[in-house]
Design a binder for this molecule. Structure first.
Ligand code: SF4
Ligand code: SF4
Length: 371
């Protein structure tokens, strides 16, 4: 098929070239889908065709060996086709019910040397699916925490909820390793957010040689940076910048523009937990997440304080929410004061800010908060 509006062959091929036969044949004709069991879905077409999907947990960063194994499974069971979901789950699709059990058995039989599952089946319906996350220490320049490590620790702690659909509703967990949030944690039931607490360090000796000073100044959203002349220890006067620390919100934008303004700091960096956000408009309007734990230090490699706080929230939600109620709806129904009590989280003055934007990650609007 000719590639419409494409004048070069640069970039990936058109996705329509990769459809499995049954998907191509039934495009626009699907009538409904059901979740048959955790991790297994069926989509039904008006032509009578069915597609069975087996969903497995994947990782956002994969080795080529692992990807080769995924391709082998797709070749063996699915005519070479598979898809990745936006949450990095791997979906293997087959066109008849009798192909589902052999596929599931094959996936379950594949294990790492230590015995853990390589392709855990689950991640559907009223449970926890894979965590949307960012780059972390692997390859971004501004992270305040790691992404892969925090996500692995959290998914291990919540793994039972990945394999079952026994929560009141979906519970979406997201992770972003700095507040620029390319993980979109601001609308998640539970969000893990890396947070710097110190302004950039200034390497005056190299700053003018490595950076465009006007670019660094312009990068700051709070206008905290201005050009300055600085005298080095050896008496040389150099062009550099000055940062008004009390205006800094530790976003790292300046470091993006200027490698002589790093923020990473062992004591300053750590994790904020947020809760109660969602994009769905079911029961109530979409909501932003609110900060519920102001700071936790980075506790590599397994982040125990973070996973403990997350487990407490998930358990309290699981025990207290009504069917179909998302975490934020439940917290609003019982009252956020009660939320802190049943989740065994401390409410501190750090959770109240004076950010002026209504309804944006702030307790300010809750002027009747009873603590
Ligand atoms: Fe980089 Fe921030 Fe995105 Fe993490 S959230 S990958 S630190 S921009
Ligand atoms: Fe400005 Fe952000 Fe740099 Fe602070 S970290 S000085 S707010 S750009």
């Amino acid at each position: 098929k000719p590639m419409e509006n494409r004048i070069t062959d640069i970039g990936p091929k058109h996705f329509e070239e990769f459809y499995p036969e049954v998907i191509k044949k039934n495009k626009g004709k699907w009538t409904h889908h059901e979740i048959l069991e955790p991790g297994v879905l069926v989509h039904v077409s008006e032509t009578g065709d069915e597609v069975y999907t087996v969903r497995c947990g994947g990782a956002r960063l994969m080795s080529t060996t692992h990807i080769n194994e995924i391709c082998d499974i797709a070749d063996k069971h699915c005519d070479g086709h598979l898809r990745f979901t936006t949450r990095n789950n791997i979906e293997f699709m087959v066109d008849s019910k009798d192909k589902v059990e052999p596929l599931k058995n094959d996936l379950k039989s594949r294990k790492f040397a230590g015995g853990s599952l390589k392709f855990p089946i689950g991640g559907t319906g009223a449970g926890i699916t894979n965590i949307v996350h960012t780059q972390g220490w692997i390859h971004c320049h501004t992270p305040a925490t790691d992404a892969s490590g925090t996500v692995k620790s959290t998914m291990d702690a919540l793994f039972d909820e990945f394999q079952n659909m026994r929560l009141p509703a979906h519970l979406r967990v997201s992770m972003a390793c700095c507040l620029n949030m390319c993980g979109a944690v601001h609308c998640s039931d539970i969000a893990i957010l890396g947070y710097h607490r110190k302004p950039p360090m200034l390497d005056h000796e190299y700053l003018d040689k490595l950076c465009e000073i006007p670019l660094a100044v312009a990068a700051c959203p709070t206008a905290a940076i201005k050009p300055a002349k600085v005298t080095l220890a050896n008496g040389t006067e150099v062009k550099s910048v000055e940062v008004k620390n009390e205006r800094c919100m530790f976003c790292g934008n300046c470091y993006t523009m200027c490698p002589s303004m790093p923020l990473a700091d062992t004591d300053g960096d750590g994790i904020v937990l947020m809760a109660g956000g969602k994009v769905s408009n079911r029961i109530s309007d979409p909501k932003f997440s609110k900060v519920v734990v102001a700071f936790l230090p980075n506790e590599m490699p397994r982040w125990p304080s973070m996973t403990d706080a997350i487990k407490k929230m998930v358990n309290a939600y699981s025990n207290g929410a009504n069917k179909y109620e998302r975490l934020g709806d439940w917290a609003e129904r019982i009252g956020w004061e009660k939320f802190f009590e049943v989740c065994e989280l401390n409410f501190t003055h750090h959770l109240i800010d004076d950010f002026r934007q209504q309804a944006y990650m702030s307790w300010r609007q809750t002027t009747n908060f009873k603590f």
